[in-house]
Design a binder for this molecule. Structure first.
Ligand SMILES: Cc1ncc(C[n+]2csc(CCOP(=O)(O)OP(=O)(O)O)c2C)c(N)n1
Ligand code: SF4
Length: 547
């Protein structure tokens, strides 16, 4: 049910997407936390939308795709590296197509404010063959989300809404405009050749996909998201996303073509724009994707030099690109290095691993800070879930004395995200020296702002739901040594347990359990509220029985 139109609101890009999704009649919002995307689902849930955290991004996109097969509109959110996890679904979802509108928000992080890489997910639209929309501010985040559902349904394709950190987190005025097309009621229409991707169905599906993309390109030639701003003839700039804002500030006299649909490209509109100006620059944050495509199409455009591929663009850097200024840039001011909070339960774990001279295959979360002094106790950290498996690889090949020092360290949310398959590998192909995995269970996804996950026993709204028991899961998967310790107990149990597990030469899981010190008060509140609700429900039941 659409919300009452209000005149204007100050919203972040993430909040604007959530509001548009609600107004567009999205029946299901799902995703996995990751900065800068996390707030979208939280805001969607707070507005009354059905929002849920999935164990990982692949699961989220599959659930969203199922909803879209059922004719409903679905919103799926993740950070840029999450799309790597979801890529298996994405590529084939482009073939199957969708019935209800499906938007996948990819929140990219150029400059790596809080990420392990700055991959440019515009590549994914091209590689998978899905439509990409790129808003530049909160108003466009709202408008493009609304339009995205209509476009997704019109062409029967998933849409990637590519946001970047600045667009996600900057606040600007949003006018709640009416959205293009109301959502249809969900219902299942059988379409086996479209949705069952055996080779005989997939071959024509690939051809259908290419036809659809040609239709989208034709649509993009004159759609509301292709924004032409003719000004002077001397300079024209082709751009997309947040860079459009920098461009308007840096070169107010330049004509601008902002590609709201950044894949597939409206080549005729671009050609016309290029012909209308004397010098045409392509200014894009990240990889030289647009410029490469436009040069390949025979258009006379200039790109930026390689140095501007790294990090975010801003007004000053855009001015430099326009002026072809290659002089040294002032280094960005260095912030205070992050560190584990005082009293954090991860601290004693890394002190122990450091003191035991372990080789630590680490993972991603607050605990990655165990790499910094005074701990300096992490030797690898690649992507979510890689701790267990990289540790196994090391165990398989290192000389025995070194192999016996290898420990994998993984957080609770990360364990749910992508640790389980690592455990399956561990029991299936055990190294000769055994292996030790530590699950640091602090009862939350601390790094991204304390989101719930399937191991907390609470859903996105912090209401009780089924809690996955790590120890039971490990035992069920075949591990004999599963030990639980309180890392803050201060009784030496942690060091004794780790030493014993290392010495055993067997497979072992140590669950180091103690709530994140920042999340603990809230966790106590959630537990208390849940207990009170349960009591009230039981009282109501017994009253009904005795009546
Ligand atoms: C594929 C992918 N998705 C999401 C993220 C964002 N992210 C980084 S660490 C993390 C989980 C951290 O939670 P946990 O493992 O419980 O460790 P904690 O921060 O609580 O110590 C998330 C969601 C990411 N880096 N990669
Ligand atoms: S937020 Fe929690 S898990 Fe993260 S460093 Fe602080 S206490 Fe540790």
């Amino acid at each position: 049910m659409a919300k009452q139109l209000q005149a204007r609101m100050l919203l972040s890009g993430d909040e604007a997407v959530a509001l548009a999704a609600l107004n567009a009649g999205v029946l299901l919002g799902t995703g996995y936390p990751g900065t800068p995307s996390t707030e979208i689902l939280e805001a969607f849930g707070a507005l009354g939308g059905k929002a849920q955290w999935a164990p990982n991004e692949k699961v989220a996109l599959e659930v969203g795709l199922g909803a879209a097969f059922g004719g409903a509109r679905a919103l799926v959110t993740m950070k840029h590296v999450g799309v790597n996890v979801a890529a298996d679904v994405l590529f084939t979802a482009a073939y199957t197509g969708v019935t209800g509108g499906l938007i996948l928000v990819s929140a990219d992080d150029p400059g790596m404010a809080s990420s392990q890489n700055e991959q440019d997910n515009r590549h994914y639209a091209r590689a998978a063959g899905v439509i990409m929309l790129e808003p530049a501010d909160s108003q466009q985040a709202y408008d493009f989300t609304g339009a995205g559902f209509a476009i997704s349904e019109q062409f029967g394709l998933p849409v990637i809404l590519r946001m970047t950190t600045r667009v996600c987190h900057s606040k600007s005025i949003v006018e709640q405009k009416p959205l293009p097309q109301p959502a249809a009621a969900p219902s299942f229409q059988r379409d086996i050749p479209a949705r069952v991707m055996i080779p005989a169905h997939a071959r024509p599906a690939h051809r259908r996909l290419r036809d659809k993309l040609a239709q989208v390109a034709a649509y993009a030639e004159s759609c509301a998201q292709t924004l032409v701003e003719p000004r002077g003839k001397a300079l024209g700039i082709i751009t997309s996303g947040i860079t459009a804002m920098h461009v308007r500030d840096a070169a107010p006299e330049a004509s601008v073509l902002q590609l709201g649909v950044s894949y597939p490209l409206p080549l005729n509109a671009i050609r016309e724009f290029v012909a209308s100006v004397e010098r045409c620059l392509v200014i894009e944050e990240g990889d030289p994707i647009l410029v490469t495509e436009l040069l390949a199409a025979g258009l006379k455009v200039e790109g930026k030099s390689e140095r501007f591929r790294f990090g975010e663009l801003n007004v000053d850097r855009v001015r430099r690109i326009i002026a072809r200024d290659e002089s040294e840039e002032a280094p960005a001011p260095r912030g205070k290095p992050p560190m584990l909070c005082e009293g954090c339960s991860h601290r004693p774990v890394f002190e122990t691993l450091r003191d035991l001279n372990c080789i630590v295959a680490g993972d991603i979360g607050c605990y990655t800070l165990g790499v910094l002094p005074p701990f300096s106790a992490m030797d690898t950290c690649v992507c979510m879930g890689a701790s267990i498996t990289v540790g196994l690889g090391l165990r398989h090949v290192l000389p025995e004395a070194e192999a016996r020092r290898v420990v994998s360290v993984i957080g609770d949310s990360t364990f749910m995200h992508s640790g389980l398959t690592g455990l399956a590998e561990m029991v299936y192909n055990p190294p000769a020296t055994g292996h030790v995995v530590m699950i640091l269970d602090n009862g939350t996804t601390a790094m991204t702002g304390q989101q719930e996950h399937p191991g907390t026993g609470r859903d996105l709204r912090h209401e009780p739901t089924h809690k996955i028991n790590f120890e039971e899961v490990c035992r069920a998967m075949g591990l004999k040594q599963v030990v639980t310790v309180d890392p803050l107990a201060g009784d030496g149990a942690l060091a004794t347990t780790v030493s014993a597990a290392l010495a055993s030469g067997e497979l072992a899981v140590i669950v180091a359990r103690r709530p994140c010190i920042l999340a603990a008060p809230k966790i106590r509140q959630y537990d208390k509220a849940a207990a009170e609700k349960l009591l009230a429900r039981n009282a109501a039941c017994s009253a009904a029985v005795t009546e």
